[in-house]
Design a protein around this ligand. Structure first.
Ligand code: G3H
Length: 480
C-alpha cells in the first residue's frame, strides 16, 4: 500500500523542496484518489538546475566511456533491484497492469545495458584528402562524435520510466547532462527512476529532475538558452508547439499515430485478428503505436469482424491490480474524448459490433464496423480502446486511406503474399511497416521513426546516441 508522500525534485544530486511552496496532486486513474504530491518548481529553480547540468557536463565529457558505462550498469542493476517498488508506483500512478509495469522496468534495464554496449562500440571515421579531385593525400579528416551539452528529456505518461530512460541513457553515454521533465502524471515514477540513478552514485548535477506546472516551466524550459537538444515523446499538438518554440535547437519528436492494420483477402485472418487485438487494446490503446484503424478488404471483412469480435469479448476489463487488459484511461477528459468519437461514428451510421459502454473513465473495448471517412474516429487518435473498421475494395484504396492520415508512425500489412506485402509497404508513408505483425516500437534497438504528424528524427538505441551527439572533424595536414 502506498503512503501519501510529497516527493521532492532532484537537482545537483540533492532532493529538494521548491521555494514556491506549491505542490501538484497526482491522482490515480483508477483509485480516484491522490496518491502523492510533486513539487511545482519555479523558473529560478529551472535556471539553477540547468546551470548545475552545464557545470557537471564539462567534467563528464572528459570521463572515459568505460567510466560512464560503470555508472550506467549500476543504474540498470538498481532498477532491477527496485522493479517491484517501481512497478507498484507505475501501476498506481498511470493505471498500467502490475506485470506490464514490471516488464517496463526490466525492459528499461535492458535498454540501458544495450545503450552502454552500443556506445562502447561506436567509432568515428577517417577520410583521405586525395579521394577528391585535386586533394592531397597529406590531408586527413578524422570525424568523431562529440556531446551536444545539456539535453532536455520530456517523457510521456504511458511509459514513465522506459521512455524517460530511453532519453537519459543515450544522453549520458554520449557525454551530455540531462534535464528530465516527466509528464505530470508519471512524475512519481520518474522520481523512483531517478532514485535508482542516485543510488548508482552518478556525479551530482548530471541528471536533474524538474517537476512543475506546464504553464510555468514548460515553454520556459524549451526556450531556455541553456538547453542544447530536446528529446520529446508526447502528443502531436504539444510536439508542434514545442518545435515552434525550440527554433534552431536540435529536436527529436515522437508523437501520436493512427496506425492502420491493412488486411488483404489472402491474409491468415485468425492470426491477423490476434495481432490486431493485441496491437489495438493492450493498456487500453494508450500507446502511440497501437493499431488505431483496420482497413480490410470487403470480401473478407465479415469473417474478420467475427474473429475480432470474439477476441475483443475475451479481453478482461477492470483494474490494473487484477491485470485487466482494459483499464481506466488516464483521466476523465481522455475518456470523454473517446466516448465522443464513438457517439459521432454511431450518429453517422457506424455499427457497434461490441462495446460502447462507459463507467467514469473506464471505456469498454469497442469495435465499430462500417466506419467511413466522414467520421472523426476514422482520422483522430483516440488513445483509448476503440477500433474502427473501414471496408475497402482494393489494396490501392487501403493505401490511399492509410496515407490520407495526418500521422505516419507505423502500419501493419497482413497477407500471405510477400510480394504483395512489399508492394503495399513500399507505398505507405510511415516510419515503419510491420508485415504480419502488430505495430510496436521494440525491440528497442530497431530504428523508431515517426513521419508527418508522428514526429521528427529517429530513435532506437544507436539512432538516439547519434541524435544526442554531433560530428566534429579534425583535419590533419601532414608534412609531405
Ligand atoms: O507510446 C509510445 C511508445 O513508444 C510505444 O511503445 O510500441 O513498445 O508500446 P510500444
Amino acid at each position: 500500500m502506498l503512503t501519501l508522500s510529497t516527493y521532492k525534485y532532484y537537482a545537483n544530486g540533492e532532493w529538494k523542496e521548491s521555494e514556491s511552496g506549491q505542490t501538484i496532486d497526482i491522482v490515480s486513474p483508477y483509485l480516484d484518489e491522490v496518491i502523492g504530491k510533486v513539487q511545482a518548481i519555479t523558473k529560478k529553480e529551472v535556471d539553477e538546475a540547468i546551470r548545475f547540468a552545464h557545470e557537471a557536463q564539462k567534467e563528464w565529457a572528459e570521463t572515459s566511456l568505460q567510466q560512464r558505462a560503470a555508472y550506467l550498469y549500476k543504474w540498470a542493476d538498481e532498477l532491477v533491484n527496485m522493479q517491484e517498488e517501481i512497478a507498484e508506483i507505475i501501476m498506481k500512478e498511470v493505471g498500467k497492469g502490475r506485470k506490464d509495469a514490471q516488464k517496463e522496468v526490466v525492459r528499461t534495464a535492458d535498454f540501458i545495458r544495450y545503450t552502454i554496449e552500443e556506445a562502447l562500440h561506436m567509432h568515428g571515421e577517417s577520410m583521405r584528402g586525395d579521394s577528391f579531385p585535386g586533394g592531397a593525400a597529406s590531408k586527413v579528416a578524422i570525424t568523431q562524435r562529440v556531446p551536444l551539452g545539456v539535453v532536455l528529456a520530456v517523457a510521456p505518461f504511458n511509459y514513465p520510466v522506459n521512455l524517460a530512460a530511453a532519453k537519459v541513457a543515450p544522453a549520458l553515454m554520449a557525454g551530455n547532462a540531462v534535464i528530465f521533465k516527466p509528464a505530470t502524471q508519471g512524475s512519481i515514477s520518474g522520481v523512483k527512476m531517478i532514485e535508482a540513478l542516485d543510488k548508482a552514485g552518478l556525479p551530482k548535477g548530471l541528471v536533474n529532475l524538474v517537476t512543475g506546472r506546464g504553464a510555468v516551466i514548460g515553454d520556459y524550459l524549451v526556450e531556455h538558452e541553456g538547453i542544447n537538444m530536446i528529446s520529446f515523446t508526447g502528443g502531436t499538438n504539444t510536439g508542434v508547439h514545442l518545435a515552434e518554440k525550440a527554433k534552431m535547437i536540435p529536436l527529436v519528436l515522437e508523437l501520436g499515430g493512427k496506425d492502420p492494420g491493412i488486411v488483404c483477402e489472402d491474409a491468415d485472418l485468425h492470426e491477423a485478428a490476434l495481432q490486431i487485438i493485441s496491437g489495438a487494446f493492450s493498456y487500453s490503446g494508450q500507446r502511440c503505436t497501437a493499431i488505431k484503424r483496420v482497413l480490410v478488404h470487403e470480401n473478407v471483412a465479415d469473417e474478420l469482424v467475427t474473429l475480432l469480435k470474439a477476441e475483443v469479448e475475451k479481453l478482461s476489463v477492470g483494474s490494473p491490480e487484477q491485470e485487466s487488459t482494459i483499464v481506466p484511461l488516464i483521466d476523465n477528459d481522455s475518456a470523454s474524448f473517446v466516448q465522443g468519437l464513438i457517439y459521432d461514428a454511431i450518429q453517422k451510421g457506424a455499427t457497434v459490433v461490441t462495446g460502447n459502454k462507459r463507467e467514469q473513465n473506464l471505456i469498454y473495448p469497442t469495435l465499430l464496423d462500417h466506419v467511413t471517412g466522414n467520421m472523426h474516429v476514422a482520422w483522430k487518435e483516440p488513445f483509448g480502446p476503440v477500433l474502427p473498421i473501414i471496408r475497402v475494395k482494393s489494396d490501392e484504396e487501403a493505401i490511399h486511406i492509410a496515407n490520407k492520415s495526418e500521422f505516419g508512425l507505423q502500419a501493419s500489412v497482413f497477407t500471405k503474399d510477400i510480394n504483395r506485402a512489399f508492394a503495399i509497404a513500399n507505398k505507405i508513408d510511415t516510419g515503419s511497416v510491420q508485415i504480419n505483425g502488430r505495430t510496436e516500437r521494440g525491440p528497442d534497438h530497431f530504428p523508431f521513426i515517426g513521419v508527418k504528424g508522428s514526429g521528427m528524427g529517429v530513435q532506437g538505441i544507436r539512432k538516439s546516441l547519434e541524435s544526442m551527439t554531433r560530428e566534429k572533424v579534425l583535419v590533419l595536414n601532414l608534412a609531405d
